[in-house]
Design a protein around this ligand. Sequence first.
Ligand SMILES: [Zn+2]
Length: 305
Amino acid sequence: MRRLPSYHEAIPVLRSKHVAVQAGFGGEQELDKVFESYAFSMKHGIFHDLSLASSTYFQVNTLFITPWYAVLFEVKNIAGELTVTENPPQLIRVLDSGEVSGFKSPIAQLESNCELFQDWLYSRNISLPVYGAVVLAYARQRIEVFDTNIPVLFPSAVPTFIRKLPTTSPLLDDDTFTDLVSQLSSSHREFIPSPICETYSIRRSDIRTGVICSECKTLGMTWHKRKWECMNCGFRCSEAHIQAIRDWFLLFGGKMTNKDCREFLHLERQQNANRLLRDMDLHTEGANRNRTYTMWLPANHKKRT
Ligand SMILES: [Zn+2]
């Protein structure tokens, strides 16, 4: 949004997406707090924002895994009166103002994720019951759900829900479980978002280029004596290009060349662009003039146990 003129046709859609993403993020933090403050007595692993590949890529908000079972949590934080319908699978939200909007059904999303995760386990010769639960981040949310086996919980009810799951004799021995946890860590792939311009049909030429001043938000800082300088407020710093380069990857995706970098940052000299890119710890391909840079790599893991 900060790289589009305020009258751009994509702004309203981007703004509502932004609100939804922020809400989702806040919701996941609520569940994180529960896991952080509660000590589970059984052997377990907790993974957040896990991206795995089965027959297709899929993303899991939170995975709780033990030698007896796995639980996938799908966290939702959408304000208003919520109704989840089975057919068609959707979530309808009615705000106090009467405004009605539709979202993907968290139940359908979770069912599909549970199946994909089950497949992921099968392909590793592991058979483990996979449960799913939708978590409503805040107690003030009201929801009406069709008749389904998938529970809808508030974060505070999650520990009790977990404790009630059957744990008679462990299905996985210690070695297999340890191995599974490390496989989950190494299979995790950084989620590669599709380029914003592609997703929202924004013309590349509509994007305002340049380095944004973190102090006054003005676009077009200039590189001068190894620092970025804002012509509007005089702020100087050496790292303002980092956000701009990330913006480029998020907007357009793919590989960045030295020329792309110079055009986007408004740099004259090839050596300056080279040095800034080199310092950013990006993945490089090719040498010298043909060198390209990419931001997305399979991440090592994002495990928190
Ligand atoms: Zn400034």
